[in-house]
Design a protein. Structure first.
Length: 752
């Protein structure tokens, strides 16, 4: 085995050049006719006419339907443009829909003034006149589009660029409508509204019932009674983006059995790392009570029953002593202490209260970096919006250097068709489903993706199933359990080991966990992401994460993306006969700021990943430059298990996912030829911000790279030596050294 390597002091940053990017252009297959624009103009006129005279908001919400999944550059830039940019006008929501032909399309919601719509209608008239005068009812195509301003003069008062942008805006926009919401939920509901000048607090003044304490979640989310929601849906259906029930129950025991006693010595805690658990209550009479710092976090006036202690006590028992309770699943991580916050009961919990409690708990316990959350909704998450609880977790992880490990929720009817429930739609968390011993998904598994394309669950671990349950301790002693609630703690243990014992950065720890689930096998790579197991099953032993095979070189880089590009000047992958006898895999992880108001456009920052051989090139001016020939991305998503428009999503939207994987198969690869004089490989991350609000500035990231030798030879010493010669700070991450440092750091020092 070889040790994991840390590669430091080798990252550089550069800003985007002023002339980067091309001008406005039509695609080779695009076509635009006057009839198309007339149809869109007519729908925009109807939207304006159908907008209620006594709307609750000052301006107008418009859904613009596109005929495909469109990239940022293919959306409206001149149409529906406000003269002055502020915090509420512009794009306020995004979702995917199927059109009348059952084809996928993008729907963006704009909040604009009446004047902006009238100006857009005038501009559309100008576009129609231009096309009719030059092409009649024939289509404008790329070749002619590029001649605007040269052989094809714009109308008087229009510049070439402005006319091209107007026509470009019209290519994929097919119709406009008023947003409309009609779904209702039994019981009190969390309701999300489009961001406008009307805040959630102001909206309550327009409902039929008096505001009750604790009903405001944030500026765009509030808690409404059934009558209040019904009233709002009748009076202002255009405001509502999402509803979900406020009440939830803790996961039920799918099929627990009292087990035989498990004999093992329970030592006293010393300097073991502490993991945070937010769950139902913990029974202080448990055999593991010395290892658990229990802190109740529910209102004192709530009645408590015996079953309120079961789920939380069982979850914490795996985190503390899962390796002793289940010797066959001994992960080598050892014992952990737990700070357990009892924030839920077995039944009748409020999401509103839990969101408030989670934020308060995390803020008051800044020393805890790894949190386990095995609570979840039975209700499926909507495909186009994030749940309020998941958004809370994502915000906390982008604000703080912490990691949530979340259970993937259970399907107690075992249909294998249910989408996962909140908060397993949290993008920045590691979401864990359960796997059987032979490698298949557990019978109670639920399915991703979330927000139509984000990979959830991320990974899978053993959580028990029929005939192979997990042993846990609860209030009464030993029992056996099954469920994603008991799969997540195994990943929590690994995350805590990597971050608290090995002292690895959070994003590196997440990347290592995901990397360990990926196979070199070509068939597995082609199968790729699956709806029930995500990137795959994480190995039981922690050694498989922190060490590599004798024929492998595994290293990580971490830092912050400060400018447009973060890059290396060279990685010295060993050569053999002027070729590289290696296959490679690179995994990138980062936790971007997210905006729940933007629907499927949820993550604010995109980091692209390129890793591969450096090439010597010359630009158009003949100046020599180095570019990266990236490794082939053979890790795919299975279209049959994902959204029906996987190709479009992969091309335009998956780039906004916060985990990037480029992976090659072993058996179908051959040595690669050298492509530069230096013979080095390179890594580049390029940053794009969706909202240009500064939220992506200085964003932390972690990249894990694994090189596997095609001839089985070990060349790690050669790699280390050449890296040092290039100026890299290379360190071997050994378990023994990190354990020593961890213990010394926690020793109490007495000054005499």
């Amino acid at each position: 085995m070889t040790n994991l390597l840390s590669m430091g002091k080798g990252l550089y940053h550069r800003r985007r050049s002023a002339d980067a990017g091309g001008g406005i252009s039509m695609g080779a297959s695009d076509a635009l006719t006057a009839a198309h624009i007339r149809s869109f103009k007519s729908s925009l006129e109807k939207t304006l006419a159908n907008w209620p005279e006594k709307a609750l908001v000052e301006d107008i919400l418009v859904d613009v339907w596109y005929d495909t999944i469109v990239s940022k550059t293919n959306r409206l830039h001149l149409l529906l443009k406000e003269r002055h940019i502020d915090d509420v006008h512009g794009v306020v929501g995004a979702r995917y829909e199927m059109n009348d032909l059952e084809q996928p399309c993008h729907v963006l919601t704009y909040y604009v003034t009446r004047d902006a719509i009238k100006t857009s209608l005038e501009n559309l008239d100008a576009a129609i006149r231009f096309l009719q005068s030059h092409f009649g009812e024939d289509a404008l195509k790329k070749a002619t589009f590029d001649k605007i301003g040269e052989t094809l003069d714009p109308p008087k008062g229009w510049s070439k660029t402005r006319l091209q942008q107007l026509l470009h805006d019209c290519i994929h926009a097919v119709r406009a409508t008023v947003p409309h919401f009609s779904r209702t939920v039994d019981g009190d509901s969390l309701v999300a509204i489009f961001p406008t000048e009307l805040t959630a607090r102001s909206l309550l003044a327009h409902t039929d019932e008096t505001n009750q304490p604790g009903t405001i979640i944030d500026d765009t989310t509030l808690l409404l009674s059934p009558d209040q929601l019904s009233d709002l849906a009748k009076r202002a259906p255009y405001l509502i983006t999402m509803t979900c029930g406020d009440e939830f129950d803790a996961p039920e025991a799918l099929d627990d059995d009292w087990g035989d006693s498990v004999d093992f010595d329970i030592p006293q805690p010393t300097s073991e790392p502490t993991v945070g658990v937010i769950d139902t209550l913990f029974n202080k009479d448990s055999l593991l009570s010395d290892w658990v710092d229990y802190r109740p976090a529910i209102p004192e006036d709530l009645p408590i029953a015996q079953n309120d202690f079961e789920h939380g006590t069982r979850v914490s028992s795996i985190i503390v002593a899962g390796h002793k309770l289940n010797p066959e699943l001994d992960d080598g991580c050892g014992w952990f202490q737990v700070r357990h916050f009892g924030a839920a009961l077995a039944v009748g919990n409020s999401t509103t209260r839990l969101i408030r409690d989670i934020r308060s708990i995390v803020e008051k316990n800044p020393d805890i970096r790894v949190w386990n959350l095995s609570l979840g909704y039975t209700e499926e998450v909507p495909p186009n919006v994030i749940s309020p609880l998941a958004a809370c977790l994502d915000d906390l992880q982008s604000e703080r250097d912490i990691l949530f490990v979340v259970a993937g929720t259970n399907d107690k009817n075992r249909t294998r068709r249910m989408r996962i429930g909140s908060p397993a739609d949290s993008v920045n968390s590691i979401v864990v489903n359960s796997i059987r011993s032979e490698g298949g998904a557990a019978t109670y598994s639920r399915r991703g993706p979330v927000l139509s394309f984000f990979t959830k669950p991320d990974v899978a671990a053993r959580g028990g199933d029929a005939g192979e349950k997990v042993t846990v301790l609860d209030s009464f002693g030993v029992t056996t359990e099954e469920g994603t609630s008991f799969a997540a703690p195994w990943i929590t243990r690994k995350a805590a080991y990597l971050m608290e014992v090995m002292h690895l950065p959070r994003d590196v720890a997440k990347a290592l966990i995901i990397d360990s689930a990926i196979s070199w096998n070509a068939d597995a790579l082609e199968k790729g992401i699956t709806a029930e197991l995500g990137y795959g099953a994480v190995p039981v032993s922690i050694d498989d994460l922190v060490t590599a095979g004798k024929d492998e070189i595994r290293f990580y880089l971490s830092g912050r993306a400060r400018n447009y590009e973060t890059y290396t000047r060279g990685v010295p992958v060993p050569l053999l006969n002027d070729k590289y006898p290696y296959v490679a895999r690179a995994v990138l992880s980062y936790a971007p700021v997210c905006d729940k108001r933007q629907g499927v456009d949820y993550t604010n920052t995109e980091l692209s990943l390129a890793f591969g051989r450096q090439q010597d090139k010359r630009n158009n001016e003949g100046i020599s430059r180095i570019v990266i020939h990236p490794i082939a991305d053979k890790f795919t998503s299975a279209p049959t298990e994902f959204v029906p428009f996987e190709a479009a999503v992969r091309k335009f939207e998956r780039k906004w996912d916060n985990v990037k994987i480029h992976a090659e198969s072993f058996e179908r690869s051959r040595p690669k030829k050298r492509e530069s004089q230096s013979g080095y490989w390179g890594l580049s991350l390029k940053k794009t911000d969706r909202l240009n609000d500064g939220s992506g500035n200085d964003i932390p990231f972690g990249v894990v790279v694994t090189l596997r030798s095609l001839d089985g030879k070990n060349r790690i010493e050669d790699f280390i030596q050449q890296s040092i010669n290039l100026g890299w700070d290379v360190r071997e991450i050994t378990v023994e050294e990190k354990l020593r440092i961890s213990i010394e750091a926690q020793e109490e020092i007495t000054f005499e």
